[in-house]
Design a protein around this ligand. Structure first.
Ligand SMILES: C[S@@+](CC[C@H](N)C(=O)[O-])C[C@H]1O[C@@H](n2cnc3c(N)ncnc32)[C@H](O)[C@@H]1O
Length: 337
């Protein structure tokens, strides 16, 4: 039953349930941006309607607001275990109650790798897909969950993630790095620029910045994950003369048979950007030139290395991302670089 309490405006904050007091508005904003990304939500809803059979037990790994758990209930799940390590777990509990599904959705406030369930699930759903597919740790989480939380013949949604790359001409993104080299009060802060030149920049790439045809660098079937890192190379043709500043990256996710989603430029999925992997120096290319791009991850996709060179067997200069300033995602035995 909803009870309406009239609160004087200057007292309103005192009535916030204590559990939400520490939650930053950015977190609500982030999760709301996920909810209003219709390409994302519609793809997952269609996939869950297709993959869940009435009575199935479902695990929602990284439930956030609980939207995918509620989609699972709509699709006929008898029980959903909704796992969320962050403070959104309590928010999801409230949302489930308001939507009348709290009798079928069990919220577990923990990392998926710590969670223990009373039964194995028929379906595992997770939207821990990063801007370049893998950097939110999806391989680490799914590898663990398939071993411990899912039936051996269970279904995974999404079923496949691919990393797509192309050479890009992106003056603005490159200028961002140079800007950090300028002295401030005649003091040298160029360390910031050095770090940025070894970091992935999240950006909104224009399709005209893409110089070569995009190609899949690596593609992982989530039901057959062999390791927590990815690596691959492509050789692609320059479509025009250009000054290449870096590698543009995005993902293609096959959510279920016949249902796929991508954040390729121009972005149709506002909750994701693309990645820009800067080169040590811009590279002048001519239409028809063959370029080789290599990308690999380490530390369970928490560190990245990349290179781009002219020719099929180019002598590639590797850029390796710095050790992240924040700790890598928690997980079982994260591989060394
Ligand atoms: C991109 S959000 C997606 C939220 C929600 N599933 C949706 O589709 O809107 C990913 C969520 O997963 C949580 N998360 C990521 N990895 C996790 C893990 N291994 N265990 C538990 N929660 C995790 C994050 O805290 C975040 O709330």
């Amino acid at each position: 039953m909803l009870v309406h309490i009239h609160i004087a405006p200057d007292r309103a904050r005192c009535h916030t349930p204590p559990v939400y007091d520490d939650l930053p508005a950015e977190l609500f904003d982030f999760h709301h941006s996920l909810l209003v990304d219709e390409v994302r939500t519609t793809s997952f809803l269609r996939a869950l309607l297709q993959q869940i059979r009435p009575g199935d037990v479902v695990v929602d790994l990284g439930t956030g607001t609980g939207i995918l758990s509620m989609f699972a209930v709509i699709a006929g799940a008898s029980r959903v275990y909704a796992i969320e390590h962050g403070p959104m777990a309590e928010v999801a509990r409230d949302i489930a109650r308001r939507n009348g599904v709290d009798n079928r959705v069990t919220i577990i406030n923990d990392w998926s790798t710590e969670a223990k369930l009373p039964e194995l699930a028929d379906v595992l759903v997770t939207e821990t897909i990063g801007n370049i597919g893998f950097e939110e740790g999806i391989l680490t989480w799914v590898l663990d969950a398939t071993k411990r939380l899912l039936k051996p013949d269970g279904t995974i949604v999404p079923e496949r993630i691919s990393l797509v790359a192309a050479a890009v001409e992106s003056r603005n993104d490159y200028a961002e790095i140079a800007r950090l080299r300028r002295p401030v009060h005649e003091l040298d802060f160029s360390t910031l620029s050095d770090l940025a030149s070894h970091s992935i920049l999240w950006t909104d790439l224009s399709p005209v910045s893409v110089v070569t045809e995009p190609a899949i660098v690596t593609s992982v079937d989530l039901a057959a994950i062999e390791q927590q890192d990815v690596a691959g190379s492509i050789t692609v043709n320059a479509r025009r003369d250009a000054l290449v500043h870096g590698i543009g990256c995005w993902f293609v996710a096959e959510i279920a048979p016949g249902i796929s989603m991508s954040n390729q430029p121009p972005t149709a999925t506002p909750s994701w950007n693309q990645g820009f992997l800067p080169l040590p120096e811009p590279l002048q290319v001519e239409a028809g030139d063959r370029l080789t791009i290599e990308i690999q991850s380490g530390g369970g996709c928490s560190r990245w290395g990349w290179s781009l060179g002219l020719g099929e067997a180019a002598a590639l200069t590797w850029t390796t991302s710095m050790t992240p300033l924040t700790p890598p995602p928690r997980g079982p035995s994260v591989a060394a670089w």
